[in-house]
Design a protein around this ligand. Structure first.
Ligand SMILES: Cc1ncc(COP(=O)(O)O)c(C=O)c1O
Length: 411
């Protein structure tokens, strides 16, 4: 029997409707760079999260814009957690500031509040707390610490966007909130990012950064808009074993836009900022308007995996509860890498770039990202043992059932 692929990264947000929307946008190039969608998205985010919103062509650029607006000086410090994406230290490095890694709590995959407390120095300007995979960080405790040390708290919500059903703590205590509209994030515009500001003096400088940002090239926008159709087709072809060849051809034709550039994996980020293209804002806005059903779907899959895991005795993270709209469902196992390899033979692709690396993906160089090996033992242990299960909008419950049936005997 033929099965559609189970995956994390093959255009997880892309439905037939997204394909039609992006093709309609391809055919109307006058809407690619500027248009009403950018302002509509800005207002929607600002109204929902009670903050001013500034938009850029990726989450990492939104973060860099904020760090510039905070006027970080060389040698000043920004605290982030181990087990994070390389784009965070890159953005910090691009400002001349210093990245200070702290270890995580094994069972939440989020920064340990104790470790943060010990990491503060007189040079600390900011703490970036990441709600890893949608698991809420302890923002109340971090808020209190930041207030005590006169540092700003940046909530990195790249993995989760709360809706009226929660999680209510997320986005509630930060001075600034970071969102990503990347392909596998909480909502998707194929690319894009926002920084939401609750500090009016910094908002003024963020506006200047956004005004100075340049447009992405038309060619790049066209390639981004081709992504939904390309991956939608690839997914169909994976069911008959031709997906990989199709994607190779698409790559040779220059249709694929990598999420990370080679130099980013080597610790470098360009200091130049680019605007969120109107076409991507239109797709992100569409996705934002469906946030509640998207999150409800994620909650349903979280509940399903949690119930299965409890019944079957899997090694679950104690911080996961039924009500979380997880970006992906993590569990621990001794043989994570071997299991992922063996699942590929059944058209199940669980590589997501967040395994075997404290600074992710594994192809990023942790030393160039200023990570001192063995300094975050909990993060190093967790990333070796982690196996994540998809909860994205195009992952169905019947696929989740098939996955658990196949996975259980391997654990
Ligand atoms: C935790 C985290 N923060 C920020 C980002 C940046 O998002 P973007 O890909 O839109 O630059 C990522 C990207 O993967 C991420 O995982």
């Amino acid at each position: 029997m033929l099965h559609a692929p189970i995956h994390h990264t093959f255009a997880p947000h892309v439905t037939f409707r997204t394909v039609l929307r992006s093709l309609a946008l391809i055919l109307t190039p006058f809407r690619w760079k500027r248009g009403a969608a950018v302002e509509s998205l800005r207002h929607a985010l600002a109204d929902t999260f009670h903050a001013e919103a500034f938009l850029f062509s990726s989450g990492r650029e939104a973060l860099l814009a904020l760090l510039k607006a905070l006027d970080l000086r060389a040698g000043e410090e920004v605290i982030i957690q181990g087990y994070t994406c390389v784009v965070l230290p890159n953005a910090i490095h691009a400002t001349g500031a210093v990245t200070v890694y702290v270890d995580i709590d094994y069972h939440s995959l989020n920064m340990s509040v104790d470790a943060v407390e010990h990491a503060f120095t007189p040079r600390t300007r900011a703490v970036i707390c990441q709600h890893t995979f949608g698991i809420p960080s302890d923002v109340s405790a971090l808020r209190e610490l930041c207030d005590r040390h006169h540092a700003v708290l940046i909530e990195d919500c790249a993995h989760v966007m709360p809706d009226p059903s929660g999680p209510s703590a997320i986005s509630s205590r930060g001075d600034f909130i970071l969102f990503s509209f990347g392909r596998d994030k909480a909502i998707s515009g194929i690319t894009g990012g926002a920084i939401l500001s609750r500090k009016s003096d910094v908002s003024k400088r963020l506006k200047e950064e956004e005004d100075r940002a340049t447009d992405l090239s038309s060619l790049r926008i066209a390639r981004l808009l081709a992504y939904p159709a390309t991956y939608f087709t690839a997914r169909l072809l994976f069911a008959v074993g031709l997906g990989r060849i199709f994607l190779k051809c698409a790559q040779l034709l220059g249709l694929l836009v990598p999420i990370l550039r080679r130099e980013e994996k080597r610790g470098y980020m360009s200091p130049l900022l680019t605007r969120l293209p109107n076409a991507c804002a239109a797709l992100a806005l569409d996705s934002f308007r469906h946030l509640r059903p998207i999150n409800d779907h994620r909650r349903a899959l979280t509940r399903f995996y949690l119930a299965e895991g409890r019944t079957r005795g899997w090694s679950l993270l104690s911080s996961i509860s039924e009500d979380l709209p997880l970006q992906k469902f993590p569990l621990f196992t001794k043989n994570a890498d071997r299991i992922r390899r063996s699942l590929k033979r059944q058209n199940i692709h669980l590589d997501d770039g967040w395994t075997t690396c404290v600074v992710c993906p594994p192809s990023a160089d942790p030393l160039l990202a200023a990570y001192d090996p063995q300094s975050d033992p909990e993060a190093e242990a967790a990333c070796e043992k982690i196996l994540t299960l998809p909860t994205h909008p195009t992952m169905t419950l019947s696929q989740a059932r098939r996955l658990t049936e196949i996975l259980d005997p391997l654990l």
